[in-house]
Design a protein around this ligand. Structure first.
Ligand SMILES: [Zn+2]
Length: 141
């Protein structure tokens, strides 16, 4: 959890107290409810979402969207990557050449394509395909 004793940027005197609420979200024509972190100033009552809270909230929305669409979550992508002892950069090279794609999937900044999702599941379920993929990546390189 974030540091709970942060000075309020609005009044510059009060302390921000971390709160957790529920938020109804519309994302890519899906509607769902996610837990939502924010802070309230003990003095002036301002409601604030800090940058790190915004990142956490965004990651929750993307993960909920993934669950609703049958996509791997950030954590599942990370587990598969680590199972094959790949760094995020190595996974980018192997699976598609998009720079920082894996780190964005894992921190919840971006959602993987359905194509990549199926490829990751395939490699995860049939580890022998991993070597095939490595050979393909070398041929393409
Ligand atoms: Zn304040």
């Amino acid at each position: 959890m974030e540091n709970q004793l942060v000075t309020c940027p609005m009044c510059e005197e009060g302390q921000l107290l971390v709160q957790v609420g529920l938020e109804q979200v519309n994302y890519q024509s899906k509607q769902f409810t996610v837990t939502y972190d924010f802070a309230i100033c003990s003095l002036c009552g301002s409601e604030i979402v800090t940058p790190s809270q915004a990142a956490v909230n965004q990651a929750r929305i993307l993960d909920e969207y993934r669950k609703q669409n049958g996509l791997l979550t950030s954590q599942e992508i990370q587990q598969i990557r680590e199972q094959f002892h790949l760094t995020p950069a190595q996974a980018d090279d192997l699976f598609g050449r998009e720079v920082n794609a894996f780190s964005q999937y894992e921190t919840g900044e971006a959602i993987q394509s359905f194509t990549l999702d199926k490829l990751l599941r395939l490699v995860n379920q049939m580890p022998a395909t991993f070597q095939q993929l490595q050979r393909l990546a070398e041929v393409n390189g």
